[in-house]
Each structure stands twice: as C-alpha cells, then as structure tokens.
Design a protein around this ligand. Structure first.
Ligand code: ZN
Length: 456
C-alpha cells in the first residue's frame, strides 16, 4: 500500500470524498494537459476524412511509431534484426508477433521510460502474473482525447454528473456496516460505486443512491450494471432517472447484456473496445455500428496460421503506447470485421462484432467453439436468473452456476434455459445447473461469465 492509499484508508468519509477530488485533480492534470486539446482536434476531424485519407494518416503515424520504438526499446531492435525496412507499413506482415509471454519476459527491455516518469497501468494476466504497462503522459492525453471524442457524440464531458462502476477499492469496514457502497467526488460530480459489494442484500442501497444522485451518465463494467439491473427487477425497484447514455468499459458487451441494460435503465448502451495494455480503439457510433479508429493504431485479424481473415485473433499495433510500445501484439481478443459501410459520416472501417477474450469460449464436441454472445443468449426468455457463470473442465461437460430470484425462477424457466443450452452445445454434453447464493468477481472487480479450463 502506498502512502496515498494509507492516508485514504484511515480517513473519515468526508475526508475520503475530498481526497478523491484531490487525487482526481492531480490525475486530470496528466489527462487534460496541453496535448489533450490538440488530440481532441485531430480526432474531431475524423468526420471530414475519407477512408483513403485516414489510411494515409495511419501510415504516417505507424512509421513514426516504429522508428521511435526501434530507437528507444532495445528488445525490438533485436527482435527485428533480420527484417528489411521494418518501419514501412507495407512490411508489417514480415514482423514477428509479440505474444503476452514475450512482452512479460522482456518488458524491462521494452519500456522506454523510467517508472517515475510513467503513468502506470496494471493488467491482470490470465496466468496470474500481473504485468505493469507504462504510458507517457502524452499517450494518456491521446487516449483520453479519443475516449472523450467518442463520448462527446452523446453530450458527455468531464463535469457532467456521472456514476462510475470500476474495479477501484474504495470502501472501508465502516462504509460496509453503514451500507454506503460509494464515494463522491463533489468537485467533478462523479460518484464511484464499488463493484465488489453488489449482492442481493446490498442492491437496494446501490439503486437508492443511484436514483438520488440522478446521474446523466453511467460508466463502468457491464457485468456489474447488469447484475444491478436484474436485482432491481427482482426487488421491483423502477429506475425513474433519465440517463443520456451508459458507456461500457473493460468487458465485452453481448447483445443480451445490452438488451437487459437498455430495458432496465431505459437508455442507450454504447460499446467500446480498449484494454489496460493500451490497445487502439474500436467505438460505437450513433447509428449503432462499431468503427475501428485507424488513427489510434493498426488492427490485423489473423487465423491460426497468422494469415489475414475476417473473424479471428486481433493483433494490434497501438500508437498511444510510447512508454511500452506494442507492435503486432497478440492481445488475446477476437473480433469479426465487416465489409459494410456506415452513413454516420465516420469513414473508419467497421467491425461486425467484438467477440471478446480468446478464452471466453466453451467447447462442444458437436459444435466446436461457443462464443460469449451465444453463452449469454441462453438467458433469452428465461426469467429469474440474476447471475450466471459457466465452468468447463472437460470437453464433454459444463457446470453452470446460477444465482436466482426464487419468486421468478420456475421449473418452466429451467426447462427453457436448459433447452437454450442444448441448442448451442448439442445433446452429447453433460450439463449441470447448480443454484448458488453468490458468485464472486475477479480480483480486478471484473466478472468472468465463462471460465474455460481447457484452454490456457
Ligand atoms: Zn457509423
């Protein structure tokens, strides 16, 4: 625990709220410095650029970025030793792919700045070893400019009343005893809700606080918000506040989750892809299409043989990772590209679907891979299930844990639920459904709907 965290942990609630405003004021200096405004201008020009012009800008940024990396990160100069003209975007396919293991093993030789000068981001690795990614202040300003530019389409800006659900640890024993599961930054009008304490017993307090706070926006983990929405339905608490938009972060939003959130909170849910390592951005436009942001990086979709394809592994090069440069990095997510065009005015190419983490899959002996979207679709026409987690340890069996509302969940619901699973997994799969009182989140506060122990 750092000194900052120690002071915070021992302070009374009023002081903690003030400290959050203070910490934010300091953090916002990094985010909203002199480069932020320039970047915001650059990204606002998206609308007047053709796809060709966007690709031209991408090429310029790529070549600058690779040249910078070769100069500053010793790992890459060795990694690309045998490559002809590695800075040329035409040669990108000849560069070796950077895996998570390579990044973790060689990070000291990849960092271009000392820790003291960096803005840090920890990523929870699936193997349990956390990796620390360093960003330059300018990188952070660019990343926030991209996000704010996207959110601006829906009227959002810093200072508008926002409820935030993220993986921050905010609460102490006293807060929990008093059923106070949030902290407020009165200066910037943000209320931070803990994502670690949402349960059947606490949901009422969360919803009451949210309704009294009257936010204009909700930002955070979709899984936490959907849990709250389901609890709200269970407790017959109507959500009467008019919210402009919900912005999901960190997790994949499936169609089913989106539908449930939009129905309960009566607002639009906007999808966006980014990662703690600093991936380039994919954002949803007002017409509901997902656009790649070509000025933020290069997106390659590859199959098992590293050949380009429509639906497959996402390999990224991200221009806002000068502190820990990521070139042709296998980020562990899968997407599907689309050939369609959008009439919203943004000429960036479209993504059909963000499929989520490469290990967010179940395997069926009959049908092969079942993706996260299909998993969450098993909740269709089923009422009374509040939380669900599926664990697969063997190819021919899955264990489904569910938390239910006993007043709504009936035998008929179980029948439909099982039927939905059979349609997706086939008849050869052993399916066990267990009703449990609680399913906990990951250490990061995020929730994993699928735990696949077959794939490492
Ligand atoms: Zn669009």
């Amino acid at each position: 625990m750092g000194l900052k965290d120690k002071i915070y942990a021992h302070a009374p609630n009023v002081v903690q709220n003030l400290l959050i405003s203070l910490f934010n004021s300091i953090a916002y200096k990094d985010r909203y410095g002199k480069h932020y405004k320039q970047f915001l201008k650059v990204y606002s020009k998206n609308k007047v650029l053709s796809t060709k012009e966007l690709k031209e800008l991408q090429k310029i940024k790529y070549e600058e970025f690779v040249a910078f990396t070769l100069k500053k990160a010793p790992f890459y100069s060795k990694f690309y030793q045998k490559i002809n003209s590695p800075t040329k975007i035409e040669n990108i396919k000849s560069l070796p792919i950077l895996t998570k293991e390579l990044l973790r093993k060689n990070c000291e030789e990849i960092y271009t700045i000392p820790k003291s000068k960096a803005v840090l981001s920890k990523t929870g690795g699936t193997t349990g070893v956390a990796l620390e990614v360093r960003f330059t202040k300018k990188d952070v300003e660019e990343r926030f400019a991209i996000l704010d530019h996207f959110r601006k389409n829906y009227g959002y800006k810093l200072g508008k009343k926002t409820a935030w659900f993220s993986g921050k640890t905010l609460l102490n024993e006293k807060d929990i005893q008093r059923n106070r599961f949030w902290k407020s930054d009165y200066l910037f009008k943000v209320r931070y809700f803990s994502t670690f304490h949402i349960s059947e017993h606490t949901a009422k307090y969360y919803l009451e606080s949210l309704i009294l706070f009257k936010p204009k926006y909700i930002i955070g983990f979709p899984s936490s918000l959907v849990e709250l929405a389901r609890m709200g339905k269970k407790l017959n608490i109507d959500f009467p506040i008019k919210i402009n938009a919900i912005f999901g972060t960190a997790e994949t939003i499936t169609e089913q989750l989106k539908y449930e959130l939009e129905t309960y909170f009566k607002t639009k849910v906007l999808n966006q892809y980014a990662s703690s390592e600093g991936a380039p951005f994919i954002v949803e436009c007002p017409l509901g299409n997902l656009h790649l942001e070509l000025q933020s990086g290069v997106f390659e979709v590859l199959d098992e043989n590293n050949l380009p394809c429509k639906k497959g592994r996402l390999v990224i090069t991200s221009f806002s990772t000068h502190g820990t440069p990521l070139i042709r990095y296998d980020i562990g997510d899968e997407i599907e590209l689309s050939d369609a065009t959008c009439t919203c005015g943004n000429n960036n190419p479209l993504v059909k679907e963000i499929l989520g983490r490469s290990n967010d899959y179940l395997l069926s002996p009959e049908y092969g891979k079942i993706n996260l979207g299909n998993v969450s679709n098993t909740l269709k026409n089923v009422s009374g299930i509040i939380k669900m987690q599926v664990i697969q340890e063997e190819i021919n069996s899955i264990d489904i844990k569910i938390c239910i509302d006993p007043n709504k969940y009936s035998l008929n619901d179980e029948k439909i639920f099982l039927q939905n699973w059979r349609e997706r997994m086939g008849n050869q799969q052993n399916i066990t459904i267990t009703i449990v009182s609680e399913i906990s989140n990951e250490k990061s506060g995020k929730f994993k709907m699928v735990i696949n122990k077959l794939m490492k």
